[in-house]
Design a protein around this ligand. Structure first.
Ligand code: SF4
Length: 281
């Protein structure tokens, strides 16, 4: 059986960087290092970081000694200010590409543009972006939201995009927004690793009998890769560990394509490849 792993499968630059910062600060810091929620959307990576000594916390409400690690997809200003008031130092592992989105939103908001964010309402990254600016932003998750949330006529608006959104959907939304906004400043802030992954997954399913997309069910970028793969090849599956792989998916398949979300470790990809090889023999 031919197994092809997409070149872009697995950790992106921003996730790798955040994990390195986390492990380094855990090793260096004498006081506690906290992370608010999960540093990246992958259970195994979070477990490793906790093992290295970083403590996961759900809420910041008591004064503490130590530092707060800001995850790859950033945080709102409110959270950072609150951490400061509680006595925590900030270790910022926000991806530079997400920082760039924050800077655009802050700049355009201060210039009087209504900020529109295309992204998943509840995602940390989207919460972090809307939490940077003084005025309320409009968040659009899908095409249907435009009618519901964007006035028919708007004078000026600036659009930024969650870094892991689906490019095709975003371009369609851009066209619809042009019809409603006179001065539309559109910043397509889908990051380069995401663009690369989405471009590769568009060709992989055509060339393979079966597609395996690897990543946590909490990972939005993995979900989008899976949706794209499934739309091209019905024999596409989304798993996060070798045990989830089903023999029947590979029955009759001569070629398998593998890709993985931005927070999926190489070890998981290697273990799933090994399991596919075992089944094939
Ligand atoms: S997916 Fe893109 S924006 Fe998000 S951490 Fe990775 S490189 Fe940065």
């Amino acid at each position: 059986m031919k197994i092809t792993i997409a070149k872009s499968a697995g950790f992106c630059f921003g996730v790798k960087r955040a994990i390195d910062i986390a492990l380094e600060s855990a090793a260096r810091s004498k006081d506690r290092v906290y992370m608010l929620g999960d540093i990246v959307h992958n259970e195994n990576v979070v477990k490793n970081i906790e093992r290295a000594g970083i403590e996961k916390t759900r809420k910041l409400n008591n004064p503490r000694i130590g530092s707060l690690l800001i995850r790859a997809h950033g945080s709102s200003k409110k959270i950072i200010e609150k951490a400061g008031r509680l006595g925590l130092k900030i270790i910022d592992a926000t991806c530079p590409m997400v920082k760039e989105i924050h800077n655009i939103a802050i700049d355009m908001d201060s210039r009087g543009y209504k900020i529109i964010v295309i992204g998943d309402y509840k995602h940390d990254e989207v919460q972090g972006i809307v939490g940077q600016i003084k005025h309320k932003a409009i968040v659009l998750q899908g095409l249907a939201d435009i009618k519901k949330k964007v006035p028919k006529r708007m004078q000026k608006s600036a659009v930024v995009v969650q870094s892991t959104q689906n490019l095709e959907k975003v371009l369609k939304m851009q066209e619809l927004l042009k019809e409603r906004v006179d001065d539309l400043q559109f910043f397509n802030t889908i990051c380069s690793p995401t663009r690369l992954k989405q471009a590769e997954i568009k060709t992989l399913p055509k060339a393979s009998d079966c597609i395996i997309v690897i990543g946590s069910k909490t990972s939005a970028n993995t979900k989008r890769l899976y949706q794209i793969a499934k739309s091209i090849n019905k024999n596409s599956y989304w798993i996060n560990s070798p045990d989830e792989l089903k023999k029947k998916w590979l029955r009759g398949a001569k070629s398998v394509g593998i890709t993985a979300g931005a927070s999926t470790p190489d070890e998981t990809i290697a273990a799933i490849k090994e399991r596919i090889q075992e089944i094939a023999h």
